[in-house]
Design a protein around this ligand. Structure first.
Ligand SMILES: NC(=O)c1ccc[n+]([C@@H]2O[C@H](COP(=O)([O-])OP(=O)(O)OC[C@H]3O[C@@H](n4cnc5c(N)ncnc54)[C@H](O)[C@@H]3O)[C@@H](O)[C@H]2O)c1
Length: 249
């Protein structure tokens, strides 16, 4: 353990698989007490069990990030179990690949509620707690799709751009509360989310970044760790792009 998060309590949403799981296990290995927020109980328990097997500390909150009462429960669980909440990683994201004509209202609401409203809700209760305890740290996972337009991603593009707006707004409002708020913009990663997309649609993304490959979630988790740690003590309102150079082209 390198102990960069020793004594910190961190809640991570969507930590049952993919990037969220990589962040949760990395944070635990750095000494954090971890609250896994996850809609799928089995996957969430798997992450908790991995952390405990490595000698770390974690609990599961089964939750749907789209619901206000669940968002409130996430912060409450951290405080009830560990006495505080220092770090919130708003990680959950879903994707529907359609243009505006083909996107139904239900699909729009599903993507925007899951990707953006959820980050408002989880932050709302976390910030209130962080303010009470004298400070904290929030990282929101956006995407390269929060920086540029991608074909057939109307709802996803809009939600991920919105995440960056929310991050900047919260950074301005809550610096006075000693709360840092930042965004991470990953490029394509090898996670269950991308495994559902046909190879012919993924290939152009692999070719379009300078590394000519997808990231491992563990590589992006290290960018999240930097923002969560005291090494980023003067970093707030920023957008850390970890996209293999996709958006430089
Ligand atoms: N995979 C990529 O290529 C990629 C690229 C850029 C950005 N991102 C972003 O990174 C983040 C993580 O992506 P991933 O690829 O690890 O996703 P994933 O689909 O592999 O994992 C997402 C996790 O969130 C959980 N989840 C889904 N809906 C939920 C809800 N309503 N409440 C609680 N939990 C819920 C899922 O059960 C799952 O465990 C997302 O915000 C995504 O948009 C991913």
């Amino acid at each position: 353990m390198a102990n960069r998060l020793q004594g910190k309590v961190a809640a991570i949403t969507g930590a049952g698989m993919g990037l969220g799981q990589a962040v949760a296990t990395l944070f635990a290995s750095e000494g954090a007490q971890v609250v896994v927020g996850e809609i799928k109980g089995e996957e969430g328990r798997e992450t908790v069990s991995r952390i405990q097997t490595q000698g770390g500390e974690a609990i599961l909150v089964e939750m749907d990030v789209r619901l206000g009462e669940d968002a409130e429960r996430l912060t409450r669980a951290a405080v009830d179990k560990y006495g505080r909440l220092d770090i919130l990683v708003n990680n959950v994201g879903v994707q529907i690949n359609k243009d505006v004509v083909d996107t139904s209202e239900e699909e729009w609401d599903f993507v925007v509620d899951t990707n953006l409203k959820s980050m408002f809700l989880c932050s709302k209760y976390a910030v209130a707690q962080m303010r009470r305890q004298g400070g904290g740290n929030i990282i929101c996972v956006s995407s390269l799709s929060g920086l540029v337009g991608n074909g057939l991603q109307a709802s996803y593009n809009a939600s991920k751009h919105g995440v960056i707006g929310l991050v900047r707004s919260m950074a301005v409002d809550h610096a006075v509360d000693n709360i840092r708020v930042n965004a991470v913009c990953p490029g394509s990663m090898n996670t269950p989310l991308t495994e559902t997309i046909p190879e012919e649609k993924l290939a152009p993304y692999r070719e379009a970044n300078l590394m000519r490959r997808f990231a491992a979630p563990e590589e992006i988790a290290k960018a999240v760790l930097f923002l969560a740690s005291d090494e980023a003590s003067f970093v707030t309102g920023s957008v850390l792009v970890a996209d293999g150079g996709y958006t430089t082209l």
